[in-house]
Design a binder for this molecule. Sequence first.
Ligand code: SER
Length: 324
Amino acid sequence: MKILLTGAGGQIGHDLIGTLTASGHEVVSTDLAPRPPSHAHAQSKSWQRLDVTDPAATKAMFEKIQPEMVFHLAAILSASGEKNPTLAYDVNQTGTWNVLEAARLTGVKRMIFTSSIAVFGPPPSGPLPDPTPDDVALHPTTMYGVTKVAGELLCAYYTKKHGVDCRGVRFPGLISAAMPGGGSSDYALFMYVDAVRKGGYDAFARADTRIPLMYMPDGVRALIEVAMADREKLSRSIYNIAAFSPRADEIGQSVQRAIPEAKFTFSPDPRRQAILDSWPKSLDDSAAQRDWGWKPVYDLDGMTDDLIPRVRRMLELGAILSTH
Ligand code: SER
């Protein structure tokens, strides 16, 4: 199948490209940035420059490529989005509109939307239920979350009104041996990266911070499973998916199983801590389990065992990483 990715240079694209090409799909990667110099990104034969905030360019790209399916990954994450809400609105809100419009106008049949736990926020009536189900009132606290809520609604709207079959998942914080860009959940990966290269990490989150997390191989598999599911099986457009929800200090303990000398300290950054505190502690993903058989493979320690050698390799290959 010919599949187009937007935002292919990001953390999800890094792993999704390889999985799709290994399954025999033809992947056309698009991003504002040039192809990153990683082996994973090299697996996409075609790398094209696309700014999703440009409606004409987006439509022209879809016309030229004629993809059967689009994975819309381009987004500004939560912490970066609070630094530059205008950019977050342009990329996440206008960009999603442009991608859906381009799909409608050029006859793309299926579009995959990537939402996240950032759609949630504490309702005025009290804290979020734990675990948090799919259908609660959405009160996001970040521009990123606001635009993801709107994206979810647009996804359902285009499915009903225009026959662009749009579906997707709400990702937990995703962890992999590829650097995320400006997320509030990044402390989790940084605990691994700095334990390997510096013997410890001073986290920007409190020790008792607990949010839903997921290892990227499960995240990529979930995205592909929902993408390929028969429409008749889907009772909704966007699904919660869950794997594990450790406290930050429990992540540290898991890392210490492999690197016993690693030291972790916790110096919460008020801005990012407030975002983390607004998110669910864990997610109820029973609809995904029921409708398309979702089930994670990795728990926290399973992820740690697989991830640490990969982080070592990433660092040996000379990745320049900032973990602030
Ligand atoms: N992981 C993303 C972030 O931190 C949100 O889901 O922004």
